[in-house]
Ligand binder design. Structure first.
Ligand code: ATP
Length: 266
C-alpha cells in the first residue's frame, strides 16, 4: 500500500519547484535486512513535516541518507535543488541536522561546541559568538555553557546539538527525535523556536513517536513502515476524519493483544 495524498503540485517523478527536500528511490539494506525499500518524498519549502512510523520503520536510516550522513544503496536526495551526494557542500550549506544518537565532541564545553559548529561553517567569529550565546540562552543552557558536554544530561546534550544545527541559520532543518529526553519547558521553547523558524520561511522535517505533538506542530506528515511510505501529504488529508494516532494504527497495523502472555510478570 502506498497512499499518496500530496496536494496539487506534488509530483512523484520530478522534483517540483518549491521543494525543500526531495527524496527519490532511496534504499538501504544492512546485510539481509532491508531497512529502507525505496522511498520517494517531496517536502514542500515552508512546511513543518513530521515523519512517523513504528520502531525499526526506517525513519533514522531515511533521514540519515537524506542528509548525507549515510550513503544509500540506491536513490537520490536533494536539498533545495542541491544533490546531497553530487554537491555535498551546497546541500550542507542549506541544511541543519540533528542526527539520531548524536556523537558530539563532548570534551568541549557547550559554548565551545556551538562556536565550533559555527566556525566550521565559515561564519565570522563575532557572529558565531553572538549566535552561540543567544542560542544557549534561549535553550536554557546559558548556566551550563562552560560545562563540558560529556557532563550534560541527555536532554541538555540534545539541546546543545540542536543549537549546533541552528547556528548557521540553515533554510532546511532535519531533526531526528528532537523532543526525546527533553523536559516539557524546554520542549515548549524548542517548539516556539521551530514555529518562528517556519513562519520565517524555513522548513522543518522531524521524526517523532509522539502523535499529539506531530498533530499540533506539523502541516504535513509521512507515515513510514517497513522501509516504505504508507501515506504522505498534508496532515489533514493523511489524518482524515479521526486522530493521527488512529490513522497511524490503521495504516501500520492494530495493537497486539498481550493479555494472555507474560503471566510471570503478574
Ligand atoms: N547500522 C545498522 N546495522 C544493521 N541494521 C540496522 C542498522 N541501522 C538500522 N538497522 C536496521 O534497519 C531497520 C530500520 O532502522 P531505523 O533505525 O532506520 O528505524 P527507525 O524507524 O528510526 O526506528 P526507531 O523508531 O526505533 O528509532 C531496523 O530493522 C534496524 O534494526
Amino acid at each position: 500500500m502506498n497512499e499518496r495524498v500530496d496536494g496539487p503540485g506534488g509530483s512523484p517523478a520530478g522534483s517540483p519547484a518549491g521543494t525543500a527536500l526531495a527524496l527519490r528511490g532511496l534504499a538501504k539494506r544492512f546485510g539481509p535486512k532491508v531497512a529502507v525499500a525505496g522511498i520517494d518524498l517531496d517536502v514542500p519549502a515552508g512546511s513543518f513535516y513530521g515523519v512517523v512510523g513504528p520502531n525499526g520503520a526506517g525513519k533514522t536510516t531515511t533521514l540519515s541518507m537524506a542528509t548525507g550522513l549515510l550513503r544509500p544503496d540506491a536513490g537520490r536526495a536533494s536539498v533545495l535543488g542541491a544533490d546531497v551526494w553530487a554537491d555535498p557542500i551546497g546541500a550542507k550549506r542549506r541544511l541543519g541536522v540533528l542526527p539520531d544518537g548524536v556523537r558530539l565532541f563532548d570534551r568541549l564545553s557547550g559554548l565551545e561546541l556551538v562556536r565550533y559548529s559555527g566556525l566550521l561553517r565559515g561564519m565570522p567569529r563575532d557572529v558565531v559568538e553572538q549566535r552561540s550565546r543567544e542560542l544557549l540562552d534561549a535553550l536554557g543552557l546559558a548556566g551550563a555553557q562552560d560545562t563540558l558536554v560529556v557532563d550534560y544530561s541527555a536532554g541538555m546534550t540534545k539541546k546543545a546539538a540542536l543549537a549546533c544545527a541552528l547556528v548557521h541559520a540553515p533554510r532546511v532543518l532535519v531533526l531526528d527525535e528532537p523532543f526525546e529526553a527533553v523536559d516539557p519547558v524546554s520542549g515548549a521553547t524548542i517548539r516556539s523556536i521551530l514555529d518562528g523558524y517556519v513562519r520565517g520561511g524555513g522548513t522543518v522535517v522531524l521524526s517523532s513517536h509522539v502523535m499529539d505533538l506531530v498533530e499540533r506542530l506539523c502541516s504535513h506528515v509521512a507515515v513510514i513502515a517497513g522501509g516504505r511510505v504508507l501515506a504522505a501529504g498534508e496532515l489533514a488529508a493523511v489524518r482524515g476524519a479521526g486522530s493521527l494516532e488512529e490513522r497511524f494504527v490503521d495504516l501500520v497495523g492494530g495493537t497486539r493483544d498481550v493479555s494472555g502472555t507474560l503471566d510471570w510478570l503478574r
